[in-house]
Design a protein around this ligand. Structure first.
Ligand code: BDR
Ligand code: CA
Length: 318
C-alpha cells in the first residue's frame, strides 16, 4: 500500500475551471493500492482559498470528509498569483485542518521517513517551501511524483514551450530540481495523450451515480470552455493530473528516462524546461558527461492501459 500526500490546485466545481485535479483526487481515493493520508492545496488553477473549499467539498461528495486537508501557499514564491477563483455560492466554506501545507508535509514525512510518496499536481510552491523549511525533507520522502513541465516537442499551454504548473512558479520548480531527489516528472507532452471526449463526459453527466454525474457535467463544461477561449473545435480535454496519480501504483504505464533538467526563471522563457537525456555515461570521445541525472522523466505513456486503470477505478466510486 502506497502512503500518499496529494498536493492540488483543485478547481473542479467552479464553472470555467480545469477539472483534472478533481479526477486526480478521486483516483487517489479509489485506487486500492493507495492510502491517501493528506491533501494539501496550493494556488494555481485558482486561489488557495477556493482550491481548499472545493477540495473539502469534493471529499464530502466522495464520502471521504475524514481525509485531512491543509491549505497551502496563496501565491508563488516570487511571482504574483496567476489566477483568482470565485467560489460558487452553493459551495459551503468548510474549515480545513489548522496549519499550513508545507509544515504539514514536513510533519508527516518526518514522522514516517522513507514511507511517503508526495504527488504534486499544481505549482510546486508548497513542495519548495517544505524543502526550504527542512533540508532533510526531500531525502525523507519515499518518492516524489510531479505533473509538470514539458520535455519533448514544442507542446505548450503557457510560455513557448511551457507548462502551466511550472510557468506559475518556476522558482519553486528550481528548488525541487536542486533538492537532491530525482522526482518522477510527468510532463505535458505525455499527459496531453490521455484524454476524455466530450461525448464520454456527457454520458457520465447522465449517470445516476453522484460523483460521475457531477464530474461529467464539469468536464463537458470545461471542454466547451477551452473550445471557446483556447482551442476552437476541440472535443476532448486532457487528464494531466490523474496520470501522475496513476504513476504511483502503475509506473509501468509510463516509460521513464533519466535526465538532467533545468528550468528557466527568465521572464521571456519563464518556466521552460531544458532537458538533457544525455546526462549519464560518457560522451562520444569517452569523457564523462558533466551533468548528473536529477530527474526521471516520462517520455511515453500506454494510453489504453491508463484509460483502463482510470475508468476501472472510477467505476468503484458511487
Ligand atoms: C496542469 O495545469 C493545470 O491546469 C492542470 O490542473 C494540470 O495540473 C497542466 O498544465
Ligand atoms: Ca493541477
Amino acid at each position: 500500500m502506497e502512503r500518499v500526500v496529494l498536493d492540488v490546485d483543485l478547481a473542479m466545481g467552479a464553472p470555467g475551471s480545469d477539472i483534472d485535479d478533481g479526477f486526480a483526487l478521486a483516483l487517489a481515493l479509489a485506487d486500492p493500492g493507495i492510502a491517501l493520508e493528506l491533501v494539501t492545496t496550493v494556488n494555481g488553477n485558482t486561489d488557495a482559498d477556493t482550491a481548499t473549499a472545493l477540495t473539502l467539498e469534493l471529499l464530502h461528495r466522495l464520502g471521504r470528509p475524514d481525509v485531512p486537508v491543509v491549505r497551502g501557499a496563496t501565491r508563488p514564491l516570487v511571482r504574483p498569483q496567476a489566477r483568482q477563483g470565485s467560489l460558487p455560492e452553493d459551495v459551503p466554506v468548510r474549515e480545513p485542518r489548522e496549519g499550513v501545507a508545507a509544515e504539514a508535509m514536513v510533519e508527516i514525512v518526518r514522522a514516517h521517513p522513507g514511507e511517503i510518496t508526495l504527488v504534486a499536481v499544481g505549482p510546486l510552491t508548497n513542495v519548495a517551501l517544505a524543502m526550504r523549511l527542512d533540508p532533510g525533507f526531500a531525502g525523507a520522502l519515499k518518492s516524489l511524483v510531479i505533473m509538470g513541465g514539458v520535455f519533448e516537442g514544442q507542446t505548450n499551454n503557457a510560455a513557448m514551450p511551457g507548462e502551466f504548473n511550472i510557468w506559475c512558479d518556476p522558482e519553486a520548480a528550481a528548488v525541487v530540481l536542486d533538492s537532491g531527489i530525482a522526482a518522477k516528472w510527468v510532463g505535458l507532452d505525455v499527459t496531453l495523450q490521455v484524454r476524455v471526449e466530450r461525448a464520454q463526459a456527457l454520458e457520465m453527466a447522465a449517470s445516476d451515480r453522484q460523483f460521475t454525474a457531477f464530474a461529467g457535467e464539469y468536464t463537458a463544461a470545461w471542454i466547451d470552455h477551452i473550445a471557446e477561449i483556447d482551442e476552437p473545435g476541440i472535443t476532448s480535454c486532457a487528464m494531466h493530473d490523474p496520470l501522475a496519480v496513476a504513476a504511483v501504483t502503475r509506473p509501468d504505464l509510463l516509460t521513464w528516462r533519466d535526465a538532467h533538467v533545468a528550468v528557466s526563471q527568465a521572464d521571456l522563457t519563464r518556466g521552460v524546461m531544458v532537458c538533457d537525456f544525455r546526462c549519464t555515461g560518457s560522451g562520444p570521445d569517452g569523457t564523462p558527461r558533466p551533468a548528473r541525472p536529477n530527474a526521471s522523466v516520462a517520455v511515453a505513456v500506454d494510453v489504453a492501459g491508463f484509460n483502463n486503470h482510470f475508468l476501472k477505478n472510477l467505476e468503484a466510486i458511487a
